[in-house]
Ligand binder design. Structure first.
Ligand SMILES: Nc1ncnc2c1ncn2[C@@H]1O[C@H](COP(=O)(O)OP(=O)(O)O)[C@@H](O)[C@H]1O
Ligand SMILES: [Mg+2]
Length: 251
C-alpha cells in the first residue's frame, strides 16, 4: 500500500554550521493539502522550507518528500524530487532582464524536450492561469508586486509539479492583492491537486488557505504545534500558537 503522505518530517533539526535553529520537527502531510509554516520572523521558516524541499541538508533527522527520503537520497533521486517540485523563494526573484513569459519559459527550456512554439504556448497557458494573460511581455519592473508574485507562482508551476513551496508569497502586498493571491493558491490546488507548502506570518491568509499549520516556537527552538490553523483559535490549544493566531502580543 502506498503511503498517501507526500511530505514527512521525522525529528528534523535544521540550522547552520552545526548550530540548531529549529529542532523536533515532526509532521506528516497528505498529498493535495496546504501546509503553512508559521512563526515569528527569524525563527527558521525559510531554513525549514529549504530542507523540506530537499535543497539543504538538515543537521539531523529525516525528511521524506514524494516517497523519497531526501536526507539519504542519491544525487539522481534528489534531482528527481526537484524536477517534481516547484519553488517560489522569498522576494520572488524573477530574472529582471526577462519578460514574465520568458521567466516562466526558463525551467521549461531546461527540462522539457519540446519545440519553442510549444514552450511558448505552455508558458502562456500558465500565465493566463494566474491572471497575467495581458502582462506576459512585460518586464518584472513594469508590473505590480502582486503581479510579480503571481508570475513567480506561474514559474513554480512551469513543470507541473506535484508539490510547490512558496516562501512568504504575500509579503509586502496590500490586503487586496494578498487576498487575490490566497484565492490563486486555492485555485491551483483545486485545479491541479497540487500540494502546497507555504511560509507565512499573515494570520488572515493562513486561516483562508491552510489545512494544517506547523507552528515554530522561537523561544524553545522547537516545533510548538502541528494542527489545522482554526484549532489555534479554540481555547486550550498551544498557548503561543493561540496567541499568535489571535494576534495577541506576548512578551
Ligand atoms: N545562510 C545562513 N547562515 C547562517 N545563519 C543563517 C543563514 N540563513 C539564515 N540564518 C539564520 O537562521 C535563523 C533563521 O532564519 P530564517 O530561516 O531565514 O528565518 P525566517 O524565515 O523564519 O524569518 C536566523 O537567525 C538567521 O539569521
Ligand atoms: Mg524567511
Amino acid at each position: 500500500m502506498m503511503n498517501s503522505s507526500i511530505l514527512i518530517s521525522r525529528n528534523l533539526c535544521v540550522g547552520y554550521n552545526d548550530k540548531a535553529v529549529m529542532s523536533d520537527i515532526n509532521f506528516s502531510l497528505e498529498a493535495g493539502k496546504i501546509l503553512a509554516i508559521v512563526g515569528p520572523s527569524g525563527c527558521g521558516k525559510s531554513t525549514l522550507m529549504r530542507v523540506l524541499g530537499g535543497l539543504d541538508e538538515p543537521l539531523s533527522g529525516e525528511c521524506e518528500l514524494l516517497g523519497i527520503k531526501v536526507t539519504e537520497a542519491q544525487v539522481r533521486q534528489r534531482e528527481m524530487t526537484l524536477r517534481r517540485s516547484g519553488f517560489l523563494f522569498q522576494g520572488s526573484a524573477l530574472f529582471s532582464s526577462l519578460t514574465l513569459r520568458e521567466n516562466v519559459e526558463m525551467p521549461m527550456r531546461e527540462f522539457l524536450g519540446v519545440s519553442n512554439l510549444q514552450i511558448r504556448q505552455l508558458a502562456e497557458y500558465k500565465l493566463a492561469l494566474v491572471g497575467l494573460a495581458e502582462a506576459m511581455d512585460k518586464l518584472p519592473s513594469e508590473v505590480s508586486g502582486g503581479m510579480a508574485k503571481r508570475a513567480g507562482i506561474a514559474r513554480a508551476m512551469a513543470l507541473d509539479p506535484e508539490i510547490i513551496f512558496l516562501d512568504e508569497p504575500s509579503a509586502g502586498l496590500d490586503p487586496i492583492s494578498s487576498a487575490r493571491l490566497d484565492e490563486l493558491i486555492l485555485k491551483v490546488r483545486e485545479s491541479f491537486g497540487t500540494t502546497i507548502v507555504l511560509v507565512s506570518h499573515e494570520v488572515p491568509s493562513i486561516l483562508r488557505t491552510a489545512d494544517f499549520c506547523v507552528y515554530l516556537d522561537s523561544d524553545t527552538g522547537t516545533m510548538g504545534a502541528y494542527a489545522p490553523p482554526k484549532d489555534f483559535l479554540q481555547p486550550g490549544s498551544h498557548p503561543k500558537a493561540s496567541a499568535f493566531f489571535s494576534q495577541i502580543k506576548i512578551s
